[in-house]
Design a protein around this ligand. Structure first.
Ligand SMILES: [Zn+2]
Length: 338
């Protein structure tokens, strides 16, 4: 077993996979990672506690439940203190493979509004909503009117992969929040949905959204300006989370690498080296907090520095965390792509 959190789809993709490299030329669907440590870094939601301790305020305010961290951050930014905002999937818990808990059902049963990322990311949601039986629940799909990127056929893969290749996200790659321009659309969708559900606070939602959108716009400018210097920077990742970011800023996510459970064979390493050479790969990205010996040794074999790139599926619950993490990502990209 791999000791650190490295990503997604462990249960489905693990069996039989020793090592696979899949080239996806900027675009891919789904998540090709494994994750064995779902409890890493998973504090009790402070938001749930907060809500529980203020029953009076809660009863007066619109209750909004959000699915996972980026959607919570955007919703909280728009709602401010005008609504009570909760998160269903605590930061640090795997979103792609998430199983709903009884308290999730309870939260949805008593909520006025539910906000999701959409694009098939929240697979647990359909049954959970059904079980919650809340006819007054308004749903906001934050990916509304965003055109998803879909899979392009892998151009290179190991023999093993064919059998195990398992794309479940038929609705496209869900990681839209990692592109600040699409994040802006998500915030707009959330704003409009909150206004419809709770028109009393329209002015607050509009003002808060405008402030956050301004920050997203300047973040976008910063990405544009700083990454202009390194066009077509090619990178390999262990989490298929960055095709939108790559497309927006003229980078190339060329490969998603699935690492093995046990050890790399010399053939695996040679395969990876060939791919890195063929596509002139400049950067190899892991995720923050991941300390994995296999990744480290692979990066040595590839003569590439392994750096963390944050998919924001886990982190702090302050809406400003989005900017903090994305600016760190920008610095990482600049350094790696030099
Ligand atoms: Zn993901």
């Amino acid at each position: 077993m791999i000791p650190a959190r490295i990503g997604h789809k462990a249960s489905r993709q693990r069996s039989g996979i020793l090592f696979l490299i899949m080239l996806i030329l900027s675009i891919a669907t789904g998540c090709n990672q494994s994750n064995t440590s779902q409890t890493t870094n998973s504090p009790q939601s402070p938001l749930a506690q907060e809500a529980a301790s203020t029953p009076l305020a809660q009863s007066e305010k619109t209750k909004v439940v959000t699915t996972f961290l980026p959607i919570y951050l955007f919703t909280k930014a728009v709602a401010g203190d005008a609504a009570d905002v909760e998160i269903l999937v605590p930061p640090g818990t795997e979103i792609h493979e998430y199983q709903a808990t009884p308290s999730n059902i309870k939260a949805i049963a008593t909520a006025n509004v539910l906000v999701k990322n959409g694009l098939g990311l929240e697979e647990f949601l359909a049954d959970t909503i059904k079980n919650a039986q809340n006819p007054k629940l308004a749903e906001i799909d934050a990916s509304k009117s965003i055109k998803p990127l879909n899979e392009i056929s892998p151009v290179e893969k190991t023999a093993k992969e064919e059998k195990d290749h398992n794309y479940e996200h038929t609705e496209g790659n869900p990681h839209i929040w990692l592109d600040p321009v699409l994040a802006k659309q998500q915030v707009t969708n959330i704003r409009d949905g909150l206004i419809t559900a709770d028109p009393r606070n329209q002015a607050t939602y509009e003002a808060n959204a405008a402030t956050y959108i301004k920050e997203l716009e300047s973040l976008n400018m910063e990405f544009q300006q700083n990454l202009q210097k390194t066009p077509n920077c090619t990178f390999v990742t262990f989490h298929d989370a960055f095709p939108y970011l790559a497309q927006r800023y003229n980078l190339k996510q060329v490969a998603v690498v699935e690492i093995p459970e046990d050890q790399l064979s010399p053939a695996d390493v040679q395969n990876a080296v060939n791919v890195v050479k063929k596509y002139k790969v400049k950067a190899l990205f892991s995720e923050p907090g991941v300390d994995n010996k296999l990744l480290t040794s692979l990066s040595k074999d590839l003569k590439l520095t392994l750096r963390p790139l944050d998919s924001l599926e886990t982190g702090e619950t302050d809406p400003q965390y989005y900017f903090k993490a994305m600016k760190t990502n920008l610095q990482t990209l600049e350094t790696a792509c030099k």
